[in-house]
Write a new protein. Structure first.
Length: 66
């Protein structure tokens, strides 16, 4: 094995390590963002058993002549 091939292998390993580190950081940011989005979505859900208001329009009764 020559010295050049050893140096080339080290450089490839270093690149692989950096790519792995960057990939893990990107994955961590994506997972964190998904967790924040899920937390916000769960926080915005409606509370069960809340008050409901119904509005009805009543039609007037016909007037009777005296």
């Amino acid at each position: 094995m020559t010295i050049d091939s050893r140096v080339a292998r080290r450089q490839v390993r270093r690149k692989r390590v950096w790519l792995r580190v960057v990939g893990l950081l990107v994955a961590a940011v994506v997972v964190f963002g998904a967790g924040v989005a899920l937390g916000l979505a769960l926080d915005d859900r409606p509370v069960p058993g809340g008050t409901q208001t119904f509005v009805r329009t009543l039609e007037p009764l016909p007037q009777q002549s005296p």
